[in-house]
Design a protein around this ligand. Sequence first.
Ligand code: TYD
Length: 220
Amino acid sequence: MLVTFEGGEGSGKSTQAKLLYDHFVAEGLDAIFVREPGSTPVAEGIRSFLLTGRSDGISPNTEALLFMAARSDLWLNVIIPALNAGKIVVSDRSQDSTVVYQGICKGVDRTLIDNIFRSFAGDVIPRRTYLFDIDPLVGIARSLSRAGNKETIFEDMGLEYHRKVRFGFLDLAQKNPGRFVVLDGELSVTELYDRIVADIGALIAQRLPQGLQELTTASS
Ligand code: TYD
């Protein structure tokens, strides 16, 4: 099962992604945690190139191809093997980020982005995507105030851009209601965590055989 976390800058998604991973581990489930771009040596190299200022002036198309290259490396080497081994994969960002940031917001051809994704992911898509929705003014302020944050390339884009990101994600969520759960990024860490754990618990229970489903319902 693949679970992804998406949202704008400073929306709180990374905190919750890690908390959910810790929850799975505490429950004794076989889970891994990844972030995009990143989580393999190649993808981390692409990440530092893209996010720390060295890619200044890059065209949207090239930027999209680099995000996709990082994703391809991570999916082929880590995500697909983990899913095939029956593990739960928790991913901080994934394909939806490229669709929104490079596709919807920077005009990169959506068919190109979708086709590259299918070339390595096949028909795998997340079972659940948590979208953290937040006013960009609040989110960017949070993100920039984080001590030691040197990956500010995307935070430095104008407010209009971040509004587009927000509505791009909300539009994707509206078009994929079975996959997305939209969460208010201004809720407390505990409130968000409780909602996510309740939702994922229900999803996992659905996948268990009938007898075990009844057992989990009876014990909760
Ligand atoms: P992330 O590490 O999630 O940073 P933050 O927690 O500040 O949101 O993402 C890094 C940046 O990369 C973020 O600004 C969004 C951008 N991004 C894209 O533009 N396209 C992509 O495909 C991905 C995965 C990220």
